[in-house]
Write a protein that binds this ligand. Structure first.
Ligand code: ADP
Ligand code: ASP
Ligand code: MG
Length: 477
């Protein structure tokens, strides 16, 4: 059996829904199909709840738009008749529940995270009902019954063993086509609805694929595969045919939105390949993510980036040669639920720079200032220095290992373009070089690096295949 996940754009319009139907109905082996909410609906559910809690009566209009979008979708893809009537009754019931929740939020002016989670769950609960009615012979399953989370260190986290057991129990017998709403889950203790985070439907699909030892996890989306860079930023980005799990993990952790980062681990430890496919171009071969990839000559596989980086610098003369400063920094941040995604420390040891997300920056500085209060007071360390408005870029590829000149080429390219590197880090695994720059230079940096590392290879390939010409610069600014 295999697991296929269709994202928001794949179920976002009547045309794409019918494509999903055609792709799924062609399958010969049993499939479990995980679907997202209709494209844009999760954002709209959140926005409407914000309007309601702020006392904006226009939330009602926004709710009516959500209702209308689903009703129009049903009318467009399900032929009139008994099945459509049944679906309309189910979906109307769900929408009326949602209306009451919004009304409650509006009246009480309170939107707890529990209520917010309940509200966003309707996106997948409704879309899965529509897809299950659309696809002949499909059976609909409710992921709230088997995907279980617990609240730990400020986040809902998967309860792995129980979830695996419940998934296996749920599919003791696997029908030809199962449909499941992705993203949503329930708290293991309270039974209240939770979710796996934005983009979490990929993770739902991966959890199910791993628990049931699927032959493959297919992620169907709106691009031809995992690309060398975000195609919305780099016009000449192209599809990477094969990536290792590590490369995919590094790229998605650093912002390649095509796969939600936690998705990779469950299937990776089971050696289940991930195939990225385009719902709008199903004949394209896509990208495969697996253990062993064919040797290719490319030094790097891809580039990704995240905006909204703050660099916090912990510095002071008392840090030099003192054992335990780093332990104190990281324990303090971990105890306060703050995630660090990049660390850079010079061998002189008198400063350590830590990359955190902008929204965590103030709290990180507060707790670190408190942790080092004594040293700051006696002058042996300085108060934390936070630099906001930055972006982190990563270049990734397993071929970088022991290949000299990659860092030189990277920093040379940036230097020639007048882009200053504020901090950088490379792990000893040599599969990722990350650096921090001013956010205003991000687009330019991505373009010049892409041109430098990929364009020449692409030109050679193009010449070889077509026997003609060159491709233009990827600069789209
Ligand atoms: P879905 O709704 O199918 O889950 P997403 O919007 O979450 O789709 O992910 C697909 C999008 O990810 C693409 O449309 C593309 O703009 C973006 N993206 C960012 N980086 C990459 C990359 N390296 N390769 C492919 N797509 C990328
Ligand atoms: N609908 C959810 C979101 O928009 C989950 C997903 O699409 O993967 O984040
Ligand atoms: Mg996604």
């Amino acid at each position: 059996m295999k697991v296929m996940k269709f994202g928001g754009t794949s179920v976002g319009s009547a045309e794409s829904m019918l494509r999903v139907k055609s792709i799924v109905e062609k399958q010969t082996e049993p499939v479990i199909v995980v679907v997202s909410a209709l494209g844009g609906i999760t954002d709209k559910l959140i926005k409407t709840s914000q309007m309601a809690v702020e006392g904006d009566a226009l939330y009602q209009k926004s709710f009516e738009e959500i209702k209308q979008r689903h009703e129009e979708m049903i009318d467009a893809v399900i032929p009139a008749g008994e099945k459509r009537n049944e679906l309309q009754t189910k979906v109307n019931g769900l929408l009326e529940e949602l209306r009451s929740i919004y009304q409650g939020v509006y009246l009480i002016r309170d939107l707890s995270s529990k209520i917010q989670a309940a509200i966003v769950s309707y996106g997948e609960r409704i879309s899965s009902q529509i897809v299950a009615t659309l696809i002949d012979g499909a059976e609909c399953f409710d992921s709230r019954e088997f995907i279980k989370t617990e609240f730990k260190a400020g986040k809902n986290r998967l309860v792995k063993e129980l979830t695996n057991k419940l998934v296996c129990q749920n599919w003791e017998k696997i029908p030809q086509t199962s449909i499941v709403g992705g993203f949503i889950s329930t708290d293991v203790e309270s039974g209240e609805v939770t979710n796996l985070g934005r983009g979490g439907s990929d993770y739902t699909a991966s959890i199910i694929a791993a628990a049931l030892n699927a032959s493959v996890l297919e992620i169907w989306t709106d691009v031809d595969g995992f690309m060398t860079a975000d195609p919305r930023v780099i016009s000449s980005a192209y599809v990477i045919p094969e990536l290792s799990y590590i490369e995919a993990m590094e790229l998605s952790n650093f912002g390649a939105k095509v796969v939600y980062p936690p998705t990779i681990y469950p299937v990776c430890i089971k050696h289940i390949p991930i195939l990225i496919k385009n719902t709008f171009n199903p004949d394209a071969p896509g990208s495969i993510i697996k253990d062993e990839v064919q040797d290719d000559s490319r030094s790097i596989k891809g580039i990704s980036s995240i905006k909204g980086t703050t660099l916090i610098t912990v510095s002071g003369l008392s840090m030099v040669g003192v054992i335990g400063v780093n332990r104190r920094i990281f324990t303090c941040l971990a105890d306060n639920g703050i995630s660090v995604f990049m660390v850079s420390q010079a061998s002189s040891e008198n400063s350590t720079s830590i990359g955190v997300q902008d929204e965590d920056a103030d709290e990180a500085c507060r707790v670190l200032d408190l942790e080092f209060q004594k040293e700051i007071e006696d002058g042996s360390m300085f108060p934390m220095l936070a630099e906001k408005g930055l972006a982190t870029v990563a270049i990734v590829g397993e071929n970088m290992k022991h290949t000299p000149g990659i860092a030189g080429k990277l920093f040379g390219t940036l230097g020639r373009s007048g882009i200053s590197v504020i901090a950088c880090a490379q792990g000893a695994s040599e599969t990722n070089i990350s650096f921090v720059i001013n956010q205003n230079f991000l687009r330019k940096a991505l373009n010049v690096i892409h041109d430098s590392f990929f364009l020449s290879e692409y030109q050679v390939l193009n010449l070889f295949i077509c026997g003609v010409g060159t491709v233009g610069s990827s600069l789209i600014e």
